[in-house]
Design a protein around this ligand. Sequence first.
Ligand SMILES: [Zn+2]
Length: 301
Amino acid sequence: MASTEVLTLDLNFQGMKQAIAVYLIKHSSGAILIECGPGTTLPALQAGLKANGLSPSDITHVFLTHIHLDHAGSAGWWSRQGAQVIVHPNGAPHMADPEKLLASATRIYGDKMDTLWGEFLPVQRDRLRVMNDEEEIAIGRLRIRAINSPGHAEHHYVYLFEDLAFTGDVGAVRIPGYPYLQPPMPPPELNFGKWHETLKRIRKEKINRIAPTHFGIFDDPQWHLDQVESELTAAEKWLETVMPSGPEIEELRRKFMDWMNEQARAQGLNAGTVRAYELANPLGMSADGLMRYWKKVRMAG
Ligand SMILES: [Zn+2]
């Protein structure tokens, strides 16, 4: 069977190319989106749809890998255009009633909330649909299967479609052009053990392509998953070398940024790619995630 076309729409987040993607798949009575991006990028997303002969009311379903604002911020708006919003059971309550989600994002982003993310509307309850692990949804001829994929967040799904895995953030961030990627490791649910298990589970699927939300469709899933694996292992080992001296969070952030920037320099990334990585994966946030993981998981275990 010929594979169905999957289009990558660039949201030009904060004016930057290849930072946040939305994937578009047409079907007999409209189209679906994998992810929808934040409120600030709705004009770019609508322009992308228009270029493909579609308007917002053509979108029948929005599949969210998880509810972080760069992936899901505009989902409420899409529910108001008539789309069904599909999400992990642990994420669903926060999409209908985002107060807690927005409070925790505000702790991270402070006064940058509006500039980065724009408006976040609650998803209309009658448009919200929860998928179970391993469940498959049929939309016309399309078949999309969800697999539970904790590690980056407890409310994360990978969606399988034909030979392609949409990996959200659990497939790390990979800006095209370099043999390099970064796993985003935010608080509060970063868990290396679960993340490794998730990678094992993805490897069991017959996939030829992998599509992290940051950014694009790659045709070397085995290499990609190997890299995610080794980056995670390296990050946890690094954490084990720096934590015994009991650094405060500012010191950990500084050390982590130095360590990561050194690797980026070794790859010779150009300025645009460095900026895209910063937008898709703020390093300070990963340092916070590492600190919390160390205290809540490693020290408790
Ligand atoms: Zn995320």
